[in-house]
Ligand binder design. Structure first.
Ligand code: CUA
Length: 333
């Protein structure tokens, strides 16, 4: 789509083309059927208008083949649209392996972004070209919605849980980002820009951070709240071992098991009594109201970074390098 055609924003992500193709197909299909119906309405209204005052309508029996056709053809078309739509839906919703992690917090009325290396920015997001970026999103107050029109992705950001969105930019440049959910007086001003940079430029830009990586900041918060007094990393400790926890299945004391994903980790910090790991006592206090959304995201980054201990060297090094977080998935001995 041409960038000077104001109805469509630029196509700047790996999914943009498939979203637009489906959309344009639907508009053309429904538009042409509507036009055909209107033309038929006018044509028949004129053709079969009442002429003599006493004219009687004659009944017409439509051929069976015609009835069959208007049932079968639309059914095939609609099922086709459903299957096509499902393919696009899954493509947009399935996060590729080894994404670059970015954290976003929405609040009235700004977007705060933080990169794995600790770089922070407000209402501007720098991302590299040609690399899947996963944004883990939290809200500090009400429902917001993070929208990147040029990437054709949008997702609501909901208080008290994490949501994730991903995209892979295919064009360098500056593209709009918006809040797409009415969230109060300055909702319309809650937007900014996403800057897509060449990978080398992005690395250079990232190097400007001074606060330490997200994971290492999370580790400091972990110590500040004395989490490490119970979660010592020892199997005999009062709290479960967190190394290699992220992405793993946890057996619960109440019976069923859960996958330790972002929202499980969040709940375990804010409402630790909700799901107790089998073999542990419900002794952990709640941190609801004590940890800010941004600090929670840092804790999450820290826990994501905790890879399972290796047989020889015990490494709880916070990996500043990108994408390492997902390396912790599912390979706990
Ligand atoms: Cu935030 Cu609208």
């Amino acid at each position: 789509m041409r960038s000077d055609f104001p109805l469509f924003p630029e196509q700047a992500s790996s999914v943009a083309m498939s979203v637009d193709t489906l959309y344009i197909f639907l508009v053309v299909l429904t538009g042409s059927v509507s036009i055909l119906i209107w033309l038929a309405v006018f044509y028949f209204a004129i053709k079969y208008r009442r002429r003599p005052e006493n004219e009687l309508a004659e009944e017409i029996e439509p051929p069976k083949a015609l009835e069959f056709a208007w049932i079968v053809i639309p059914t095939i078309i609609f099922i086709g649209i459903f299957v096509w739509g499902a393919f696009v839906f899954f493509r947009i919703n399935r996060i590729p392996d080894n994404p670059l992690d970015v954290y976003a917090t929405g609040r009235q009325w700004m977007w705060k972004f933080q990169h794995p290396t600790g770089q922070r920015e407000i209402n501007t997001l720098h991302v590299p070209l040609g690399r899947p970026v996963r944004i883990t999103m939290a809200s500090e107050d009400v429902i917001h919605s993070l929208w990147f029109p040029a990437f054709r992705v949008k997702m609501d950001v909901i208080p008290s849980r994490y949501r994730m969105l991903w995209f892979e930019a295919t064009k360098t440049g500056r593209f709009h980002l918006f809040c797409a959910e009415y969230c109060g007086t300055l909702h319309s001003g809650m937007g900014g820009w996403v800057e897509v940079m060449e990978q080398t430029e992005y690395q250079k830009w990232l190097a400007g951070g001074t606060e330490g990586s997200m994971a290492s900041q999370g580790e400091k918060i972990f110590q500040k709240y004395a989490c490490n007094t119970c979660h010592t990393g020892d199997n005999t400790a009062r709290g479960p071992v967190l190394n290699g926890l992220y992405g793993r299945t946890v057996m619960l004391a109440s019976g069923p098991s859960v996958v330790a994903d972002e929202n499980y980790i969040r709940e375990s910090i804010l409402a630790p009594q909700a799901k107790i790991k089998a073999g542990f006592q419900p002794i952990m206090p709640t941190f609801q109201g004590q940890v800010t959304e941004e600090d929670l995201l840092k804790l999450l980054a820290y826990i994501r970074s905790l890879v399972p201990p290796k047989p020889t060297t015990l490494s709880v090094e916070s990996p500043a390098s990108m994408g390492q977080s997902s390396g912790a998935r599912g390979n706990q001995p």
